[in-house]
Design a protein around this ligand. Structure first.
Ligand code: MEV
Length: 316
């Protein structure tokens, strides 16, 4: 164990199917490679140490909000026959935590890869997903596995019944991602959807199925490069998510601002009840106008993600 192990992953957005995916419907997610996470694992004399923007010190003494990466590290050490000491872990990246961009899965994924690299192990996708899931269970309770797949993918992902595949897309458009600045609460949001389904079983089931149908239709729009129809479906999905109780006043304000500025459609992304929104725009000038409107409406950060041949993302 002489060299540093390295691993990386990135943020994601969910285009369709958040929450519904927990109840068996399909979902579509896009990798956000402009927001990467890098992790390293270096042999040292001493304890298991962590350096990150949120905490630096012995991993054992990390604050409770880092329980998810800590659990992933401990499970990975065991899986890779590494000792639970003598390793300095480092995490670098700018994915805002708890904003629906998959930061917990991305951090977990980068750590798993760094430790596998340190141990000289080739990881199968199944081993990778199992280890990331250890942290996702701590962070979210009953994760669908979508975030773990999307934060390690480099193409749009279709996720159904626990299985991910690359989704063919010919869409040429720009997605604007805006951070409301409010922490999302995925675990609470997942519980509030479950509570809605219990209170309104018939209507709730129809709404969840409606989100699934929008994912199916959205996949066709991606394949046929139909941004206007895709945008309409995003706005419809937002209506259902709002009724399910996973929007928030801040999210609603940002969505109204994006739509008034000419977005083709807008919705929350990820767990909701805070976090980020995504707005679809046809080209760079429209994306700029929507970004400006979002910032004026209170967004604390915006990112531009080109959906198209080069799938490059730009931070504003
Ligand atoms: C969180 O990014 C997406 C949810 O559907 C939860 C999950 O899929 O595990 C809300």
């Amino acid at each position: 164990m002489l060299r540093t192990g390295k691993g990386e992953s990135h943020a994601k957005v969910i285009l369709f199917g958040e929450h519904a995916v927990v109840h068996g419907e399909p979902a579509i997610a896009l990798p956000l490679e402009a927001l990467p996470i890098h992790a390293s694992a270096t042999p040292i004399d001493g304890d298991l140490m962590l350096t990150s923007s949120l905490y630096s010190g012995p991993l054992d003494l990390a604050p409770a909000f880092l329980e998810s990466p800590r659990a992933v590290v401990m499970a990975s050490l065991e899986a890779f026959d590494l000792p639970p000491h003598g390793i300095a872990l480092r995490i670098d990246g700018d994915i805002p935590p708890a904003r629906g961009l998959g930061s917990s899965a991305a951090v977990a994924g980068a750590l798993v890869r760094a430790l596998a690299d340190l141990a000289g192990r080739d990881l199968t996708q199944e081993e990778y997903l199992d280890l990331v899931a250890v942290g996702e269970r701590v962070a979210h309770g009953t994760p669908s596995g979508l975030d773990a797949e999307a934060t390690s993918a480099d193409e749009p992902v279709w996720f159904e019944a626990g299985v991910a595949r690359v989704l063919a897309s010919k869409l040429s458009a720009i997605l604007v991602v805006a951070d409301s600045g409010m922490q999302g609460r995925t675990r609470a949001a997942v519980s509030s959807v479950a509570a809605y389904l219990e209170r309104h079983p018939v209507r709730g089931a129809a709404m969840v199925a409606g989100l699934g149908a929008l994912a199916h239709g959205g996949a066709l729009d991606l394949a046929a490069d139909r941004p206007i129809r895709l945008g309409e479906k995003m706005t419809s999905a937002q209506g259902i998510l709002r009724e399910l109780g996973v929007s928030s006043p801040e999210i609603d304000t940002l969505i109204a601002a994006a739509m008034s500025a000419g977005a083709l459609g807008a919705k929350l992304t990820g767990g909701g009840q805070g976090g980020c929104i995504i707005a679809l725009t046809p080209d760079v000038p429209s994306a700029q106008a929507v970004e400006l409107a979002l910032r004026e409406a209170g967004a604390v950060a915006t990112w531009r993600h080109r959906i198209g041949p080069e799938t490059a993302s730009e931070k504003a």
